[in-house]
Design a protein around this ligand. Structure first.
Ligand SMILES: Nc1ncnc2c1ncn2[C@@H]1O[C@H](COP(=O)(O)OP(=O)(O)O)[C@@H](O)[C@H]1O
Ligand SMILES: [Mg+2]
Length: 327
């Protein structure tokens, strides 16, 4: 079946078209348009306006590139939450309008579930612990019996991507900040920062405040390097604890922060030391994208999680444990 997926929970508007045959994924197209800034962050109004301006064109471009027409689409899938209301509303209305106009079934999916499901299907993952790291999330998760997500550990305060973005902003850079911090860190050296692990959970606001307070006292490069070393080690430590606890032998990092090579390296080394299989997803599918929403739509459809999207309201807050419950 051919699925059209629409993403728009935050900074990126994207349309992906994928063909699924017996759980095998063929990516036909995956077009994205992301808001970036030279300095400072993003506002919800900016996000809504950006998505409204580009959603039609990005969908047309994705259809063209995939060499399919709307009539070939068997299912429309869109990100129903969590995220910024302004962006969610645009995608929601657009998906449902397409669905009505062309009489194509439509499914609303959970954004975090989609980050995980594209890794699962593309890499043929059976039973992994997933590290989901993005602007809004830092969670250690598994998918049980294809029908329920479990969260073993997470951040108690802010997400790692958000912390990296804030640190970059304080250093005078724009959005997204994670990539800038990674670049700076390449020329940095180590100094001590707070390290807060609480069982399976972590806290990042203490180390972030410390790093911001170090500006002017240490080189930017050293702040970036030391922040990454501490924060990623905290995350990898709890990830390893979850693998030991569950006895799972596969691991995969997903979400925008998974673009970071140092974090991926730490997780790979930890996996090798435990004789676990380390999966690395292609970078095209790590940051927000429409293809992941399409693959998630397939999974929801396959396992019967349709819900009544015309009744369901957008969900700006939505825990992944409830990902298969739309209402
Ligand atoms: N190379 C990188 N290293 C670390 N973080 C990164 C890198 N590239 C992007 N990021 C971070 O990824 C986050 C975006 O993740 P993504 O999943 O695309 O969006 P969202 O958090 O809105 O779901 C941002 O916080 C951004 O700074
Ligand atoms: Mg995301």
């Amino acid at each position: 079946m051919i699925i059209l997926g629409l993403e728009g929970t935050a900074h990126t508007i994207s349309c992906g078209i994928v063909e699924m045959y017996r759980d095998k994924v063929k990516i036909l197209s995956n077009k994205k348009k992301m808001i970036t800034t030279k300095e400072g962050g993003l506002t919800p109004t900016q996000i809504g306006e950006h998505h409204a301006e580009h959603i039609k064109h990005i969908t047309e471009t994705a259809l063209k590139e995939s060499k399919t027409s709307v009539k070939d689409i068997d299912l429309i899938s869109y990100s129903h939450g969590p995220g910024f209301g302004n962006g969610l509303n645009i995608v929601n209305i657009f998906a449902k309008t397409l669905s009505k106009k062309f009489s194509i079934p439509v499914i609303g999916v959970h954004h975090g579930a989609a980050h995980i499901l594209i890794a699962k299907y593309l890499l043929n993952i059976r039973d992994a612990i997933y590290l989901y790291v993005s602007g809004g999330n830092t969670q250690i998760i598994s998918l049980e019996k294809n029908t329920r997500f479990y969260v073993y550990g997470e951040t108690e305060d802010i997400a790692i991507g958000n912390a990296l973005d804030k640190l970059a902003r304080s250093l005078g850079y724009g959005f997204p900040g994670g990539k800038i911090i990674e670049e700076l860190a390449k020329k940095g050296s180590y100094f001590n920062m707070p390290y807060t692990v609480k069982g399976m959970d972590i806290a990042l606001s203490g180390i972030l405040t410390f790093a911001i307070n170090s500006i002017g006292k240490h080189r930017k490069e050293d702040i970036a390097f030391s922040f990454q070393e501490h924060a990623f080690a905290m995350i990898t430590e709890t990830l390893e604890r979850a693998m030991a606890y569950t006895n799972k032998k596969e691991v995969c990092v997903v979400g925008g922060v998974a673009l970071n090579n140092r974090l991926q390296e730490m997780v790979r080394i930890m996996a090798e030391q435990r004789d676990a299989k380390y999966h690395r997803l292609d970078k095209e599918f790590l940051g927000d994208n429409g293809a992941m929403i399409a693959v998630a739509g397939y999974h929801y459809y396959k396992y019967g999680f349709k819900g009544d999207v015309f009744k369901a309201k957008i969900k700006s807050r939505w825990r992944i444990e409830d990902a298969f419950n739309l209402e």
